[in-house]
Design a protein around this ligand. Structure first.
Ligand SMILES: Cc1cc2nc3c(=O)[nH]c(=O)nc-3n(C[C@H](O)[C@H](O)[C@H](O)COP(=O)(O)OP(=O)(O)OC[C@H]3O[C@@H](n4cnc5c(N)ncnc54)[C@H](O)[C@@H]3O)c2cc1C
Length: 473
């Protein structure tokens, strides 16, 4: 029966979506000799995507043969950078301070010491990556919206486009992004829960490239940690930048643009716009999955990858790299199962087993704890950031005051920081402690060894200063 279906098929593998995930899957499948077709609803890959993004070092480490070919002549919007600036904005909408972050001494991947992100526009990046797939022999069909799955006796055996055209293959990869037709039609997911998907408005600003060079230097990223808005990201490209923010669907109590405009209207931000000579170019609104763990990734004859499968990073939703990794793995699994003629759900479990062994799998091991911290901190501006910002600034900046003797300032600062403890302690216990416990779960017995603690404790007590004798006594 299965053999008969195989003979009737037009393709070995169908991929819906030509984003980074779909293209990576198509490239890998074609290289493995599978007759592969991938569909894109837009006129070209990248046309309807989130206009720009940052590519992280893991992409260059894991896909060097491709990524080393990504040069400014192929992708003119590209801007690489070594620094990110974290602005802390207090409840009066004042930038209370900032931290400039560069790769630190503990960074172990050598190239990541010289840059932290490579920013590109998706209208350039997505066609560039799709070409690897077509060069490898995969067939790209654009301007084609897939509306349903083709089924034979209830089993998935292909896809149907909006004109009713049918395409057959024993396996379909859903690489069709956050609103995945493949996920819906296969019964894997009807819709996301409200706390699994974020709404992200963003402005795209145009700015002269030499102004960005002069003013921002090698700063390519900014995060505005707000007390009145969810953390807002800033990504610099060659001739412009994005300013956006997001939160889960169940969070918004006002129009999301109200919150984004609070960032844009900060005095500090307006000054930046002025000196950068920046002009708004486009306003975009996107959805982005943001989960603590991707469940329901496969069914009989179907695998979901990238955003369709819910793979963006649980801490800060980096999504291109997970889409490429899961795309590659899904195609490798496809090549194995198609030759063994078994595309059942239980066999496709291999997909989960394989991605869980990658860097993505490691990330999701602490997925709940990471997701939970993001929820409680940058995604809870009024509840948490409103006290977190002044507390951090007290720690980092309190000493830069010369209105009192410095010893007195130290006392004032410490006593002020203690006043935050009723809020900070429960936060640390509820969110930071579980993450640390998770991260160190394999070493807990070593770290908490009571014998070692008892050895160190007296030494620490010895180091405490003796109480000063009062003068003249
Ligand atoms: C505002 C914003 C900023 C982001 N910034 C970053 C960042 O800096 N770095 C990062 O790594 N990630 C970032 N992400 C996440 C990243 O964009 C996604 O995780 C990534 O694009 C997922 O890739 P994908 O291939 O799974 O899906 P997508 O890129 O969404 O591609 C899906 C493709 O399928 C097509 N399609 C959909 N439905 C159909 C259909 N029925 N038929 C045919 N074609 C279809 C779409 O047109 C699209 O081209 C950001 C996301 C947003 C929203």
């Amino acid at each position: 029966m299965f053999k008969k279906e195989i003979q009737m098929k037009d393709f070995d593998l169908i991929i819906v979506g030509a984003g980074p995930g779909g293209s990576m899957a198509a490239k890998t499948a074609a290289e493995k000799g599978l007759k592969t077709i991938f569909f894109e609803r837009s006129r070209k890959p990248g046309e309807k995507n989130s206009s720009g993004c940052g590519l992280g070092p893991r992409m260059f480490r894991d896909f060097p043969e491709m990524m080393n070919e990504l040069t400014p002549d192929k992708c003119p919007s590209m801007r690489a950078g070594t620094a990110s600036r974290n602005y802390f904005v207090n409840k009066d909408d004042i930038v209370a301070g900032y931290i400039m972050a560069r790769p630190t001494e503990s960074v172990s991947y050598e190239p990541a010491k010289s840059w932290i992100t490579m920013n590109v526009y998706r209208s350039e990046f997505d066609p560039w990556i799709a070409k690897f797939a077509t060069d490898a022999g995969a067939k790209l069909t654009v301007s084609t919206l897939i509306v349903d799955l083709l089924k034979d006796s209830g089993k998935v055996c292909g896809v149907i486009d909006e004109n009713g055209e049918k395409y057959r293959a024993p396996l379909v990869i859903g690489a069709d992004g956050v609103i995945s037709t493949v996920a819906q039609k296969s019964g894997l997911r009807n819709k996301w829960a409200q706390n699994q998907v974020t709404l992200v408005p963003q402005y795209d600003f145009q700015a002269p490239s030499d102004r960005i060079d002069d003013i921002m230097g090698d700063e390519t990223l900014g995060v505005w940690w707000g007390s009145n808005f969810p953390a807002s990201y800033q990504v610099f490209f060659n001739d412009g930048f994005h300013q956006g923010l997001g939160n889960w669907m169940n969070w918004w109590d006002s129009n999301p643009l109200y919150y984004l405009n609070r960032v844009i209207n900060l005095k500090y931000y307006q000054r930046l716009l002025k000196i950068l000579d920046a002009k708004p170019r486009e306003l975009q609104v996107h959805l982005l999955p943001w989960l603590d763990f991707p469940n329901n990734t496969h069914a009989d004859g179907v695998i979901l990858i990238g955003d369709a499968g819910g793979f963006p990073c649980p801490l800060e939703a980096e999504g291109i790299y997970p889409a490429m990794v899961t795309g590659k793995i899904a195609a490798e699994v496809a090549s194995e199962v198609i030759s063994s003629e078994d595309v059942s759900k239980s066999t496709l479990k291999k997909f989960d087993e394989k991605w869980q062994q990658t860097s993505i799998g490691q990330e999701f091991e602490a997925g709940f704890e990471l997701w939970n911290i993001w929820k409680a901190l940058p995604f809870s501006p009024k509840e948490t950031m409103s006290w977190f910002v002044p507390m951090i600034m007290e720690i980092l900046g309190g000493i830069f005051d010369w209105s009192q003797p410095h010893a007195l300032r130290v006392r004032q600062i410490i006593s002020h920081i203690r006043s935050y403890m009723p809020k900070a302690t429960p936060f640390i216990m509820a969110y930071i402690f579980p993450l640390l416990t998770k991260v160190f779960e394999d070493d807990l017995d070593k770290l908490m060894d009571p014998k070692k603690i008892m050895k160190v404790l007296p030494k620490l007590l010895d180091m405490l200063p003796q109480k000063k004798k009062k003068k003249g006594v």
